[in-house]
Design a binder for this molecule. Sequence first.
Ligand SMILES: *Cc1c(COP(=O)(O)O)cnc(C)c1O
Length: 451
Amino acid sequence: MSFSRILSEDDRRYVWHPFTQMKQWEQSRPLVIAEGEGALLIDSDGREYIDGVSSLWCNVHGHRRKEIDDAIIAQLGKIAHSTLLGLANEPSVELAAKLIEIAPDGLSRVFFSDDGSTAVEVALKMAFQYQRQRPDPRRGKTRFLALDNGYHGDTIGSVGVGGIKLFHGIYEAMLMPSLFAPSPYCYRCSLGKRRESCGMACAAQLEKMVEEHADELAAVVLEPLVQGAGGIITAPPGYLRRARDATRRCDVLLIADEVAVGFGRTGRMFACEHEGVCPDLLALSKGISGGYLPLAATLATDEIYSAFLGEPDERKTFYHGHTYTGNPLACAAGIANLAVFDSDRTLEKLKPKIERLAQHLEEIATLEHVGDVRRRGFIAGIELVADRPTRRRYPTAIRMGAKVAAATRPRGAIIRPLGDVVVIFPPLCITVQQLDTLMRAVRDSIEECCP
Ligand SMILES: *Cc1c(COP(=O)(O)O)cnc(C)c1O
């Protein structure tokens, strides 16, 4: 038996995969990735695929990017890990300073953790504790308002502000009771409006809820511009601004979860920049280390940070931290990743690729079973429907999105759908030629699967 075959079998025998129905997985032949190179993944049989999901939305400058590899190797020559509890370490200091330099104005402190979920947990706990410890304490402000179709991670606090029934419904009895405002999902507006004439009724609803619940709300948490896991739902321009203005007016904090959209994906370094918004707390992860190592950061304003200052026995300390908080290897990767943004002029070079993606999508939008095409910067979602005029969905048992994704594999691409939304989320380093191959694979697979 070939080595790759043994690996595939052992995977089915020993590994429990995330967000995966294992009964189905056990009957499949898992693809085992052995190597990567730029925007390509290479399996254990040596076959190449374009990494159309950026290895779950985190790879930025490619696999085996020399500068990032070298930075990690150099750091390995010094130390792999040392704690931030009671000590500092070199890479975490340098990365924190760089993050504050590029983050929206007003954010001045960096709290490190390990992944997107923990970055959000930290933000939620900071917001909650801030309301009790601010100079004019507001102990009644204990709740959170989030959006339908929102996704903030899989730990219990993050699930508590999650708005995706399929992922979050089953855990309801374990969760804190949050409030939910409608999703800015124009194609399937839950308010029954049409974009041309709605005056952004979903934003008005959010404003109304923030006003009505101001006394009990610690914070609003949302994904700026794009609700990722909810189905690449792109908010109308101005939505984020209105959320910021309403929260400020009503003395409610705004937590921006840029775990997915941060680090260039929308065409700017951070999505908040598009609408001149500074959140009170900013959650970052995924692209922060270039997609190399688990790392996350929660950025806070001075106003929040200073509410945690006091004598030890005043108990204003932020009682939170993880073993690998501020891990030097991950921070070294993060520093190198930011340096490559400069040396490669990543955002400038992204512009023509965004244009190219838009052209491909225009063509795909004309296909019979494509109901909606949504794009913000270099993130896109293609919503497949059984019937275009009525926007009728495919029966879930058909798993049309998964079918289309599977059909891209023999065409040399790896994508991962969200239900029947085909997600396009390539590394920013992808070449135009690779992008063409990826989008042709997507188009041909849609045509093949949805005749
Ligand atoms: C992926 C994601 C998270 C969770 O990040 P993990 O690293 O998977 O814990 C949180 N928020 C958003 C917007 C995400 O896309």
